[in-house]
Design a protein around this ligand. Structure first.
Ligand SMILES: Cc1cc2nc3c(=O)[nH]c(=O)nc-3n(C[C@H](O)[C@H](O)[C@H](O)COP(=O)(O)O)c2cc1C
Length: 433
């Protein structure tokens, strides 16, 4: 990784990490002034490229004063071309950070445009790129933006998912906020592989404060269940737990206390989440009941509908010349229905998941009523969709208000969007009381 060598006063050579920060034309551009200050405090040199729209939100004067470096705005600036130029600008850095990355800038990156300094630097760079999108939640959820984000990920760009919460526009809430400066710092410093060169002061990373789900308890179930046939065999399904775990992680990032009840999965426990590991549907129900009360219950787990009525205590032996054993199945407890009917213990918002292979939204509508859930997140898990076990999901949010079709997103994207909707719903219910 490229580093800069500086001759310090005591004539020791010290290395300094350098980033190029591209500031797009978003309302959150003001946060970048603090970001520059914090990065400088951690010994990181910051060169800023301001887009034309970015200049509408922060001035080259304030950016230059904070970064103590020239500010770059124009592709055709002859002085800069002679002295530094867009190619050198893009190569001299250890890392390029785009924050706020507007929908427009993201589209340009995904399309390979190079019609201004920012996009040309991004096309010319051979260094890692991080983008931190920030925009109105509808813009974020727009299929074009989601397509472009998916393209950037394929192109190797690191995307910092926008945070959920209130937007600058009155009455707008959801996913789209630029994460707070401490989180941006954490991601940038970890991408630089250091904490800068000479920390003048340390940046404390505060979690939970003023986050949209601060003070809330969110219960999430995830993964499959395993129903034993005998001590070595079991009935299972193809659920990977990726969606439920992503939801638990997103709820934790939104400041909630999260209890995740996980069936057997091959993925890591999310950070900052209390995880209860279970195997069977009966154990999952018991753990869910024990975790109450909760403000929100999100039932993502693919719970087996049936278990073997009486699992054998010893391994069933293959007996030559005899018929294969017959399994008698018994119905498992319905976790979603049981929790939704738990009276005073019922979470204020009960969200079920419906994995179907046909008539997806019809079944989901029926499930909403029969289980007394508030919302059902329905998805088509036919093998050709690749959703079961895959990294993407395409869901429909079914509630008493009707059906909303969401665009295809990464499972993390669905998780962030769902948690955004939940936070907005809880805020709206609080305001209404
Ligand atoms: C007041 C105001 C706020 C805006 N905020 C955002 C924003 O947060 N995110 C976004 O994607 N676009 C936002 N826009 C639209 C962008 O400024 C516009 O798409 C611009 O062309 C983006 O330029 P860029 O590619 O240089 O970032 C905003 C526009 C205005 C007038």
């Amino acid at each position: 990784m490229a580093t800069f060598r500086l001759l310090a006063r005591d004539h020791k050579i010290v290395t300094q990490k350098r980033i190029v920060l591209i500031i797009g034309g978003g309302i959150a551009a003001y946060k970048c002034l603090d970001l520059i200050r914090r990065l400088k405090e951690r010994g990181v040199a910051v060169r800023v490229v301001l887009t034309r729209a970015g200049e509408q939100f922060v001035t080259p004067l304030s950016v230059g004063a904070l970064s103590n470096e020239p500010v770059f705005t124009n592709l055709f600036d002859l002085n800069a071309e002679r002295e530094i130029g867009h190619i050198r600008l893009s190569r001299d850095a250890d890392l390029i950070v785009v924050a706020p990355a507007t929908a427009d800038l993201i589209a340009k990156m995904a399309g390979g445009h190079a019609d201004d300094l920012a996009s040309t630097v991004l096309m010319a760079t051979d260094k890692p790129v991080i983008v931190a999108p920030a925009m109105n939640p509808r813009m974020w959820l727009h299929p074009a933006t989601q397509r472009n984000i998916a393209q950037l990920k394929v192109d190797g760009v690191t995307v910092i998912e926008p945070a959920v919460g209130e937007m600058a526009e009155r009455g707008e809430a959801g996913q789209g906020r630029l994460p707070e400066v401490p989180e941006l710092m954490e991601r940038i410093l970890s991408a630089l592989g250091s904490s800068g060169s000479s920390p003048a002061t340390s940046t404390s990373i505060t979690r939970g404060a003023k986050l949209p789900l601060a003070g809330r308890h969110v219960l999430v179930t995830s993964g499959p269940t395993h129903e034993p046939i005998d001590p070595v065999r079991y009935i299972a399904n193809r659920s990977s737990g990726k969606q439920g775990h992503a939801i638990a992680a997103a709820a934790a990032r939104a400041g909630a206390r999260v209890t995740l009840i996980s069936g057997p999965v091959n993925i890591a426990d999310p950070a900052n989440v209390d995880v209860v590991h279970v195997e069977t549907a009966a154990q999952m129900l018991q753990a869910a009941l024990s975790a109450l009360p909760a403000d929100v219950g999100i039932f993502t787990a693919a719970v087996a509908d049936w278990r073997v009525a009486s699992a054998e205590k010893q391994k069933i032996k293959k007996q030559p010349g005899t018929n294969a054993p017959q399994l008698t199945l018994a119905e498992n407890p319905d976790i979603l229905k049981t929790i939704a009917a738990s009276g005073s213990q019922r979470p204020g918002l009960v969200v079920g998941f419906a994995a179907e292979t046909d008539n997806v939204t019809d079944y989901a509508g029926r499930k909403l009523k029969s289980k007394n859930a508030d919302w059902i997140v329905a998805n088509d898990v036919s093998p050709e969709t690749g959703i079961m076990g895959g990294d993407h999901n395409r869901v429909h949010l079914v509630s008493a208000n009707g059906v909303e079709d969401w665009p295809q997103m990464s499972k993390e994207g669905v998780a962030e969007a769902l948690i955004g909707r939940i936070a907005a719903h809880l805020h709206a219910s609080k305001d209404a009381t």
